[in-house]
Design a protein around this ligand. Structure first.
Ligand SMILES: NC(=O)c1ccc[n+]([C@@H]2O[C@H](COP(=O)([O-])OP(=O)(O)OC[C@H]3O[C@@H](n4cnc5c(N)ncnc54)[C@H](OP(=O)(O)O)[C@@H]3O)[C@@H](O)[C@H]2O)c1
Length: 365
């Protein structure tokens, strides 16, 4: 644990070395600004490779999420390295995962192979992350042990035919596509390749904040995926956020509460920033305060998982005070119902997508 005097105790098994992070920043005690995850990435990466010399002068190991990331990095170091391929990896979700796992140190960039159709997008990704890129899906496929399917759900069937028409899949396949169920994926792969009887599949439902190490991902295991496959995929997503293992039907709920919810949070922040501007704050100030308020509330809720969220809210609502006036106004405007409706609409859309695929599949039989 870091103390105010600059001393800290590294977790068991890690020896102390020379401080390498000289970012001029602050800890919670001495009122300096905590270093950011990005700035300490260079420090933590060597830890990932089990060269525990590096450390950070001002990181708040004991109280902050850095400690959790640190622990994750160490556990991921013990996870066997697999060569990872991303088809459609230059898109929004693919590139978010790639930036996340390279940034967290979960995998080295030379082990990440990305294919896509747009050369310029791929080159931008390679410039930022140093991953291997190609516009040839088959070339990428020939180099990897795990394949992430990061294309739109409607593009998956034809893509699988193209990928596995000539080469049966002996690798782990992780699909991020909303709605494309195990039943559909298995069937498409078996249609594409007569020898692919038991494809090892995992479905995941991640969200975009994983690109800044703060994702929330639902994982579901296909019937032929091994324990090692699941453990490796879980470790990958835990290196960039939180993971919930769920049965496949609950992935629709994950879409609502984590995937789409990212946009709901931005919508709330936008509305709150506008409100700040209406009350006279300059827009950048209103935005910064609103963002920090959301972050602070989220961190408090994480720090006290046993406390009911209503209890946390009640602590802010002093009798006859400003907050209770505001929260009652939210109730009067049906805030709770609006949030529920938004989440239900997202989950319903995800279910509808799945049903449409499955109906098409049954129509073929
Ligand atoms: N965005 C999210 O927040 C989110 C959350 C959870 C899950 N997902 C899932 O993630 C998947 C991708 O979504 P997205 O938002 O990242 O879409 P996107 O930005 O459109 O990315 C898809 C990428 O796939 C590429 N692509 C399409 N067909 C290809 C092919 N045959 N070979 C190689 N590359 C191909 C596209 O290239 P072009 O640019 O040339 O079309 C594009 O770069 C979807 O299945 C979605 O359900 C997304």
């Amino acid at each position: 644990m870091q103390t105010h005097s600059g001393m800290f105790v590294l977790p068991a098994g890690i020896s102390r070395g020379k401080p390498v992070c000289r970012t001029s920043v602050q800890c919670g005690n001495c009122k300096e600004v905590p270093i950011s995850w990005r700035s300490c990435r260079t420090v933590l990466s060597p830890l990932h490779r089990l060269a525990p010399r590096a450390h950070v002068r001002h990181a708040r190991w004991a109280t902050s999420s850095y400690r959790h990331r640190f622990t994750r990095l160490l556990s991921s170091a013990a996870t066997p390295q697999r060569r990872v391929g991303f088809v459609g990896g230059a898109g929004n979700m693919g590139s978010a995962i790639i930036r996340g796992i390279v940034g967290s140190g979960f995998t080295a960039p030379h082990l990440v192979h990305v294919s896509g159709r747009d050369r310029a997008k791929l080159e931008r990704l390679a410039a930022d992350t140093a991953v291997q890129i190609t516009t040839d899906n088959a070339e990428m496929l020939s180099q990897v042990d795990v394949l992430f399917l990061c294309v739109k759900p409607a593009q998956i069937e034809s893509l699988l035919h193209q990928l596995f028409g000539t080469r049966p899949p002996s690798l782990l396949i992780v699909s991020v596509a909303a709605g494309a169920s195990f039943a559909c994926l298995e069937r498409w792969i078996q249609d594409a390749s007569a020898t692919a009887n038991e494809p090892r599949l995992i479905r995941c439902m991640p969200n975009v904040p994983l690109q800044v190490g703060c994702g929330a991902t639902g994982l579901s295991r296909g019937r032929f995926a091994t324990d090692a496959d699941l453990a490796w995929t879980q470790a990958l997503f835990e290196s960039i956020g939180t993971v919930a293992l769920v049965d496949e039907p609950l992935l629709d709920a994950v879409v609502a509460v984590a995937g789409s919810a990212t946009a709901f949070m931005f919508q709330f922040l936008e509305a709150l920033s506008d409100a700040g501007v209406r009350e006279g704050l300059p827009r950048p100030t209103a935005r910064a305060l609103a963002v920090q308020a959301m972050r602070g509330a989220a961190r408090m809720a994480q720090a006290e998982p046993q406390a009911h969220l209503a209890e946390l809210r009640n602590r802010v609502e002093s009798p006859g005070g400003t907050t209770i006036a505001g929260t009652l106004a939210l109730e009067a405007a049906d805030f709770r119902a609006a949030v529920q409706a938004a989440a239900a609409a997202s989950a319903a859309k995800s279910r509808a997508l799945r049903s449409a695929f499955e109906e098409r599949l049954m129509g073929k039989e």
